[in-house]
Design a protein around this ligand. Sequence first.
Ligand SMILES: [Zn+2]
Length: 88
Amino acid sequence: MNEVSDSETTMAYVTRCKECKKLVFAYVDRPESQKDCARAVADCIKEGYIVERMTVSEVREGPWCDCKLKKKDDGQEEMFGDEEESSE
Ligand SMILES: [Zn+2]
C-alpha cells in the first residue's frame, strides 16, 4: 500500500492573526476552486493580513488562533474543508 495523503501534497493559503501570529484562515489551493481561492486571498491581503502557503497537513497541525474564542466572536466561519459549491 502506498497511500500518499492528500494533505501532505496539497497546498493551502493561510493567514495569521495580527495579534498572536497563529493561523486564522486557510484556503485549500485546488484547481477547481482557484477563483474563489484567489478572491479569498485578495480579501485577506486587503485587510492587511500576511498570506503564506503551506501544506494542508501543516495547516491541520496549526497552531490556530483562539483570540476569537476568547472574544466570544459570533458565528465563526469555517472556510477550511471541502465545501460543496451551490449554484444559485
Ligand atoms: Zn490570535
